[in-house]
Design a protein. Structure first.
Length: 228
């Protein structure tokens, strides 16, 4: 399948086929004006293009109609068509992607889980093998709850039930600065002009990568690029 998308916000990083589902990690974020918010459905105007995103509960609560917003996203293709998911931050998206590795848990079910409970609570239930709490989520049966605990427990073992999540819990190997630079490159900025900007920002604003989210890196970088 050859995908043709004519917009600077798209960056085709990779795609893979798993059974009947093609997952494309090609939209790391979308930035634009919030047109409408209905429950967890958000419509975003990006340069005149209207994107409809199914968001987590916390993700949808962050945005108001008429405001400019930056949404962390994931685009997934299935036989039913494309689905665009929105998240409050990278940690929510990383948990979403981990959930979809479990047999029988697709994008829609993973999003339903994160719509029904905060990410911290979901991780806490899995870490404690609390299937009784998981089955209270609409669409999650006993067998699915048991698979979630069995297959994902190794990721969160030892965290306990009183959980205060740190970024390391959801780390995917990339730093927040790397993700921000990747996003700006997808918008047309050259690596040569980005590197000195991020070096300056890192030296002057943070002592460790975890201090800033990708969204914060992007906002600071855009301000610095505008000055230059």
């Amino acid at each position: 399948m050859q995908l043709q998308l004519q917009s600077p916000v798209f960056s085709f990083i990779h795609r893979k086929k798993r059974s009947s589902i093609v997952e494309a990690v090609m939209l790391r974020f979308l930035s634009g004006k919030v047109v409408s918010v209905f429950d967890t459905l958000v419509v975003l105007d990006v340069n005149g293009m209207g994107f409809e995103l199914l968001c987590t509960g916390r993700g949808a609560e962050m945005f108001r109609e008429g405001e400019n917003a930056l949404l962390v996203t994931h685009l997934q293709f299935s036989e039913a068509g494309p689905s665009l998911f929105g998240f409050a931050d990278d940690r929510e998206r990383d948990l979403f992607l981990k959930l979809t590795t479990v047999k029988g848990v697709g994008g829609k079910m993973a999003m339903n889980i994160l719509k029904s409970a905060p990410a911290e609570r979901v991780v806490s239930w899995i870490a404690a093998s609390d299937t009784d709490s998981l089955v209270k989520i609409p669409g999650v049966g006993r067998k699915t709850a048991e698979r979630l605990c069995f297959e994902m427990h190794r990721h969160f073992e030892g965290l306990g039930t009183d959980l205060n999540l740190s970024p390391e819990v959801f780390t995917s190997g990339e730093t927040h600065m790397d993700i921000a630079m990747e996003g700006l490159r997808s918008l047309g900025f050259a690596q040569a002009e980005l590197l000195p900007v991020f070096r300056k920002l890192k030296a002057g604003n943070v002592s460790a990568d975890g201090d800033l989210s990708p969204e914060q890196w992007i906002r600071l970088a855009l301000k610095e690029l505008k000055r230059n």
